[in-house]
Design a protein around this ligand. Structure first.
Ligand code: AMP
Ligand code: ZN
Length: 471
């Protein structure tokens, strides 16, 4: 099939034509959540834009297999392998077991995803399911001379690589500067950037989950999880790997180091990274300031779809600043958009030529490094265009396969302040319109629609029948 998607590849630092290993098939991997707490809406921005990537690929006709891990062990407080395990911290905070915490927050994560119309990946694999795979990788890395045992932990030896910093063009000093704050020097490491593949000795002896291994009872490092799980499900060559920008270093840099050392060849061709959502004070946090979750937005009256629209209005490679003012603007835009689409009549035939033209423009926007705001502009242009309602409806439905903004779902029926008399009158008009349509008196049917509209009642024909709402 024709490859048309152009996407920024962190590995080459260029926008490139996306060409998968196997024609028409894509193996895609997403770093999943660490399930020690609720996801904040910043985390969810990353998953939402990765969802756009997946759906764009499917829209273009690719057969996509997307895999996501669930980090339920091994992610320490600092990404550079120091501090307490985040899961243990979460369990202590809530006086529960690590597995209880993992189950609760995994479910909460997918519930947030459902609300935001983020598709569940084809494979979702908790790290604790794959301990055997991680041990096998660590054994192989030791055999090949890429790893060493020190202070009862197994480390990856970054000095064995020709090039370690493959994802960044920063200098080594700059990168170290970035992590220095929360890194305590680990005297067991031969080189500063060496990282733990398997822990048996941690300062925190109360690590809840431990497994037997050739190096003693312990647990895997965080980075090995993603290599192990992706290779298990996607094989030795992967097309595209995603995550937030904070994952570039050290997490993804370490994933590449250990995967390619283990496999002996190139592993993943494209790396897609989503920039951060920040709040006014800067980086979003689960512990400081307002903990912004989907539920919090809902409690303030925002439909999760408004947050989705807010994210889609800007490019995934730009930092995005959250504020309630911009959410309000997005809410107004969303309500208007839905109303406009709800007002489209389902009568008439679809103009195939116009449909193909607008679909092409929509695809072009997405193929241009996932330019979702341009894709939304195509949606607005289409709604303004001189084409029939049926074509517009069909196009909105089609675009929503990627945008997933529930564009064609009826707005919630208003139950308040509609008196019985008015309801009876509306029902009568609807019955009359149904008869008119049955006898092909479309002029009469349209007149009834207009009469209803004049009374502030919008109708919409759906597969289940005609529904109405007050506007
Ligand atoms: P974690 O659960 O901490 O492993 O993070 C889950 C995902 O959210 C990762 O892909 C991170 O890169 C991403 N992420 C973390 N903070 C933000 C943020 N403020 N904005 C966007 N993505 C983020
Ligand atoms: Zn990962």
């Amino acid at each position: 099939m024709e490859n048309r998607l152009r996407i920024y590849n962190t590995l080459t630092r260029k926008v490139e034509l996306f060409v998968p290993n196997e024609d028409g098939k894509v193996g895609m991997y997403t770093c999943g959540p660490t399930v020690y707490h609720f996801a904040h809406i910043g985390n969810l921005r990353s998953y939402l834009m990765e969802d756009i990537l997946e759906k764009t690929l499917r829209y273009l006709g690719y057969d996509v297999k997307r895999v996501m891990n669930i980090t339920d062990v091994g992610h320490l407080s600092s990404d550079a392998d120091t501090g307490e395990d985040k899961m243990v911290k979460g369990a202590k905070r809530e006086h529960k077991t690590v597995m209880e915490i993992a189950k609760f927050y995994t479910d909460a994560f997918f519930e947030d995803c459902r609300k935001l119309c983020i598709k569940r990946p084809d494979v979702v694999e908790p790290a604790t399911n794959c301990i055997g795979e991680f041990i096998h990788m660590v054994e192989t890395l030791l055999e090949k001379g890429y790893a060493y045992v020190s202070g009862e932990n197994v480390y990856f030896d970054t000095s064995k690589l020709n090039e370690y910093y493959v994802l960044t063009n920063h200098s080594e000093e700059e990168l170290l500067e970035g992590v220095r704050d929360d890194v305590e020097v680990d005297a067991n490491k031969k080189n500063k950037n060496d990282f733990v593949l398997w822990f048996t000795k941690s300062k925190f002896e109360d690590q809840a989950l431990k497994w037997d291994s050739p190096w003693g009872v312990g647990y895997p490092g965080w980075h090995i999880e993603c290599s192990g799980i992706s290779i298990k499900h996607l094989g030795e060559r992967m097309d595209i790997h995603c995550g937030g920008v904070d994952n570039i270093f050290p997490h993804h840099t370490n994933e590449i180091a250990q995967s390619e050392a283990y496999l002996g060849h190139k592993w993943c061709n494209y790396w897609m990274h989503v920039h951060h959502l920040n709040d006014k004070s800067g980086k979003m946090s689960k512990s400081k300031g307002e903990f912004l979750t989907v539920s919090l937005l809902e409690s303030k009256g925002y439909d999760p779809m408004v947050y989705r629209l807010f994210c889609l209005q800007s490019h995934y490679r730009k930092p995005l600043e959250f504020s309630y003012e911009v959410m309000d603007q997005a809410a107004a835009a969303y309500a208007k958009l839905k109303k406009r689409i709800a007002a489209l009549s389902a009568d008439g035939a679809v103009d195939r030529e116009a449909f193909a033209e607008f679909r092409r423009r929509f695809e072009d926007a997405l193929c241009s490094d996932l330019n979702t705001s341009s894709a939304i502009t195509v949606l607005y242009d289409m709604l303004k265009a001189e084409i029939g309602d049926a074509t517009k409806r069909a196009l909105a439905e089609s675009f929503d396969e990627v945008l997933s903004l529930r564009l064609l779902e009826a707005p919630a029926q208003e139950t308040t302040a509609v008196d019985e008399e008015l309801t009876a009158w509306i029902e009568e008009r609807l019955a009359e319109r149904k008869e008119a349509k049955k006898s092909k008196d479309f002029a009469r049917a349209d007149a009834i629609r207009a009469e209803l509209l004049e009374k502030g009642v919008q109708i919409k024909d759906t597969r289940e029948g005609t529904v109405w709402e007050r506007i």
